[in-house]
Design a protein around this ligand. Structure first.
Ligand code: AMP
Ligand code: MN
Ligand code: MN
Ligand code: MN
Length: 296
């Protein structure tokens, strides 16, 4: 039943392969009823996605995935049910996108030094709709024959200590959470299992995030193992945070997971969508199931 909710997905406004319209169609095809479009640092796909979603009977949740630097590490904070017109959010995302361009120049210069020429123009060829990201550099490196696939790019290039790495300062955690919450949305720590923080820093992060007004963490995501579903359900419970689920779909060949394949949240979780009108059909359905099982 909960397979029908996917609260983390990308279009080609950021580093996904599908247009916002095609992404909504893809979600509908995979039986997703509630979809959040959460492009990195850019909300310009939401309006057109919303129109297509209404046409197909999909509930679209307005989202974003904000890049943050916390203790010298990059974290991603998803905003759900945001107002993309909220001025501080808008200007904050504008500044991050300007920073992405500067960083892309740095990435290209580093690749250039390693003998890989033309990557800035090459990456921008795949980034015509919105932001420029490492995924676009990865596509350039694969399609020009430097690497065999996306996975091997992120092993040999663009990461710390490898050609194409360029240190960058993203938004602060405090700003990202305040833009999201100030716009009326819920702030969610994306794929916490991917940060390799260790327990002490994870506890610090969750404490700080909650104190800033953060509302939830992703428990079931395409980039967590089954063991991490349990681990982060426990952290959510410990901190009184709600739990989110999302595939982090980017498109064929560059995704951690296809849409519609996520298992349900562990039973002790409080879903981030609790009380949302968009998910009422699920609550009704589970009530109907309950009364059915109490009759039988
Ligand atoms: P950026 O925000 O420009 O640093 O790009 C980050 C994006 O690169 C992430 O959102 C993923 O889509 C992709 N990415 C990062 N690490 C990996 C990885 N190990 N494997 C595949 N994709 C990755
Ligand atoms: Mn991405
Ligand atoms: Mn992410
Ligand atoms: Mn993502």
């Amino acid at each position: 039943m909960t397979l029908r909710i996917d609260l983390h997905a990308h279009s080609n406004i950021s580093d996904g392969l599908l247009t916002p319209v095609a992404l909504v169609e893809h979600a509908a095809l995979h039986n997703i009823k509630v979809l959040a479009l959460t492009d990195h640092d850019d909300t310009s796909g939401l309006a057109i996605a919303e129109i297509e979603a209404a046409r197909l009977g999909v509930q679209l949740i307005k989202g974003v995935e904000i890049s943050v630097t916390w203790k010298k590490r990059t974290l991603h904070i998803v905003g759900l049910k945001i107002d993309p017109e909220y001025p501080p959010l808008k200007s904050g995302l504008d500044a991050i996108r300007a920073g992405r361009h500067i960083r892309a120049i740095g990435i290209a210069a580093s690749l250039d030094k390693a003998g890989i020429k033309g990557s800035l123009e090459g990456a921008y060829e795949y980034a015509q709709q919105g932001i420029i990201s490492r995924t676009h550099f990865a596509r350039f490196l694969v399609n020009s024959g430097v690497s065999k696939d996306n996975k091997s790019v992120f092993k040999n290039y663009l990461v710390k200590g490898k050609p194409g790495y360029f240190e960058h300062q993203w938004a602060s955690l405090e700003d990202a959470v305040s833009w999201i919450v100030g716009s009326g949305g819920v702030a969610v720590i994306a794929h916490p299992g991917r940060y390799d923080l260790g327990r002490t820093n994870m506890l610090l992060l969750l404490e700080e995030f909650r104190a800033l007004g953060g509302g939830a963490i992703e428990v079931v995501t395409g980039s967590h193992t089954v063991g991490q579903y349990i681990e982060f359900a426990k952290y959510a419970h410990l901190f009184g945070l709600k739990a989110s689920q999302g595939s982090d779909y980017h498109g064929k060949g560059i995704s951690f997971m296809e849409m519609g394949r996520l298992p349900a949240l562990p039973s002790q979780c409080v879903p981030v969508w609790q009380g949302w009108l968009e998910t009422e059909f699920i609550q009704n359905q589970s009530l109907a199931n309950q009364s059915f099982s109490s009759i039988s």
